[in-house]
Write a protein of this length. Structure first.
Length: 620
């Protein structure tokens, strides 16, 4: 350190020199972050002096407007940002602009700069670089500052961002800090008023102090999420949403949160009225922004909400989060995780309350974003039970567009019913045509209709609801017949047993088993599946994803009372070697597999139908 009467020269801390080199030459793609950092510092200084002025009216110019001013001097190639905040002492200058406040920042930046991908990473608001980021655009910085207390001297801090900086006394009549950035030759864009205003609008539009650009006051929006709910009207929430989202559409619902534990934060969350996400074509980006003291930290933060809540829009703001926070820090930050868990719980609770109090509004949310909530059941184990209360379904008892939740299904269950039954299919017509539903219609047992393949994953992950297991109507182990159903339906058990043995021989390893069914009424047979076998709907999806996939073997249940089965049984008794009987038996199975969409060999089946038709035509 060298001293003279004019100024004092300081060597930068070695870590700072490395940081400045990385910032200037190796890392940042988006340089506009520097202005956000300087405005953040200015706002912090204004907050501090605002507090001090309450108890220190003798401060330098106590009536001075609390503001931030930006001047653009194209002749000198200088950008100026000035605040009327608390200012700095000489000691502050040495302590605040000579060290790296956050441990780990430098080593993390070094790793990124050494990686091949480093130059392509957008790092706005990600790192604790603060004031240093100005050297990305400036070849030299002059910082004039005066502490707010009377008789406080003013100081000039100067540096070109290389190895050292100087501090000297200077003239400054008003309190606060004035920073002059001598811009590099290729950074003239930051002398354009429109460019500066755009940056302010992106990152600092909620700063609680006026910002002037070339003497013109920029539009400032009130951060209503920081206000008490009792001070706000419905129109305030609606207007803020329209501004925040840049839309003329009102939100469907919103939730205003304020929490002191486990972490202090406020949040204002919205659900839109419409969705622009098309399954298989486009996906919404996360819509919740992370703020710290009204300063944007992360746009569309992926750390606050899980992917399945990507439709939620709004703001989360916490003073307990550092203004400059690295991606590494966010991902491992305990406070962020606590906020995340709390807001997810509160948002899902809000949706459940909406379902009870404003069912029409919730149904619109379900219509637009229900598929995302289904994704949540699969992805979010911790919130699975809460999400289950929000699910809506069509059932065998709903009509038109009517939907019902699982609680409603439970309330309509029969007294002796131990399971929640479901049937899956591509549409209502296909599901209602399933032979397996016959006994449920007869017993007036309500069945969930799963039209979306995702819903099968949902019931598979839930497994049960309120201790009632989910069960497919096509499961092989369903026993719904009553004693009176068996009366008069036994038939010639020996003949039926012999015919079943014949069918097993004909089918070979195409099926797992053949057995008598007492749950069929109007259909001759049906395909049931063991517990470990997925539904036909799921298997078709697997087949689409992998052409080599082989459909699982099922159990063929036959209805001995049906005229077709009775006729085939009689034909078998007369002549087990009858070639027409073999064709009928093979086609019986193919018809069911074709009905479910799991028939691999369609050509042979068509040829066999033609043989049967020819045989019938010949007899005619």
């Amino acid at each position: 350190m060298a001293e003279n009467d004019q100024s004092t020269s300081f060597e930068f801390q070695s870590e700072v020199r490395q940081l400045l080199h990385i910032l200037a030459y190796s890392l940042y793609k988006n340089k506009e972050v520097f202005l956000r950092e300087l405005i953040s510092n200015a706002a912090d200084a204004l907050n501090k002096v605002q507090f001090e002025l309450l108890s220190a009216p003798e401060a330098v110019e106590p009536d001075l407007e609390l503001k931030i001013s930006i001047e653009l001097d194209k002749k000198r190639n200088v950008l100026v940002i000035e605040d009327t905040g608390i200012g700095m002492t000489r000691e502050d200058l040495v302590n605040n602009i000579g060290t790296i406040a956050r441990s780990g920042t430098l080593s993390y930046l070094q790793k990124l700069s050494e990686s091949k991908e480093g130059a392509d990473i957008d790092l706005i608001g990600q790192f604790g670089v603060g004031f240093y980021s100005s050297f990305m655009v400036a070849s030299e910085i002059h910082l004039y500052t005066r502490y707010f207390k009377p008789d406080s001297p003013a100081y000039l801090w100067k540096s070109s961002g290389e190895n050292s900086y100087t501090i000297e006394a200077c003239e400054k009549q008003t309190r606060g800090t004035r920073i002059e950035l001598v811009l590099k030759k290729d950074e003239k864009e930051f002398l354009e008023s429109f460019r500066i205003k755009t940056i302010i609008d992106t990152h600092s539009k909620f700063v609680p102090f006026p910002i002037y650009v070339e003497g013109e006051k920029t539009e400032r929006v009130e951060a209503i999420w920081t206000q008490p709910k009792s001070n706000l009207k419905e129109t305030d929430y609606v207007d803020f949403y329209k501004f925040f989202e840049g839309t003329g559409e009102e939100p469907e619902t919103w939730l205003h949160l304020s929490s002191d534990a486990p972490v202090q934060f406020t949040a204002l969350l919205y659900a839109p009225k419409t969705s622009f996400e098309l399954p298989g074509f486009s996906r919404n980006e996360p819509g919740v922004d992370l703020y710290s003291r009204k300063i944007l930290i992360q746009k569309e933060s992926k750390d606050l909400f899980p992917e399945y809540l990507r439709f939620v829009k709004g703001v989360v703001d916490s003073e307990e989060i550092p203004l400059n926070i690295s991606r590494e820090t966010v991902q491992n930050n305990v406070k962020i995780e606590k906020i995340r868990r709390h807001v997810i719980k509160k948002w899902l609770d809000h949706l459940e309350s909406l379902k009870k109090k404003k069912p029409d509004s919730f149904r619109n949310i379900w219509k637009n974003f229900g598929r995302m909530l289904k994704e949540g059941v699969i992805q979010d184990f911790e919130s699975r039970e809460r999400l289950a209360h929000l699910l809506l379904f069509r059932t065998s008892r709903t009509e038109g567009e009517e939907l019902i939740d699982l609680k409603g299904v439970l309330e309509r269950m029969q007294a002796d019913q131990k399971e929640i039954y479901f049937a899956a299919g591509p549409d209502l017509e296909a599901i209602r045509a399933k032979p397996a539903l016959e006994v449920f219609r007869k017993r007036e047992i309500e069945v969930l209709f799963l039209l979306d393949p995702l819903e099968e994953f949902v019931v598979d992950h839930l497994r049960e609801y309120e201790k009632k297991p989910f069960k497919s109507v096509e499961s092989a182990d369903i026993q719904l017949e009553k004693e009176e159903d068996k009366e008069g339906k036994k038939g010639d058990e020996a003949e039926v047993s012999s015919f079943i043995t014949y069918l097993k021989t004909i089918y070979g390893d195409r099926i797992q088993d053949v057995k008598t069914s007492r749950r069929l009424v109007d259909n001759p047979c049906m395909l049931a599946h063991p517990a470990e076998v997925p539904s036909a709907q799921m298997e078709k999806i697997m087949k689409m994803m992998n052409k080599e996939y082989k459909f699982a073997k099922r159990i063929l249940e036959i209805n001995p009372e049906h005229p077709l089965i009775a006729a085939m049984t009689g034909r078998h008794q007369k002549d087990p070697a009858d070639p027409l009987l073999k064709n009928l038996a093979l086609q019986l199975l193919d018809n069911q597999m074709l009905r479910e969409g799991v028939l691999d060999d369609v050509e042979n089946s068509v040829a066999r139908i033609q043989e049967i038709m020819l045989d019938s035509a010949g007899k005619g």
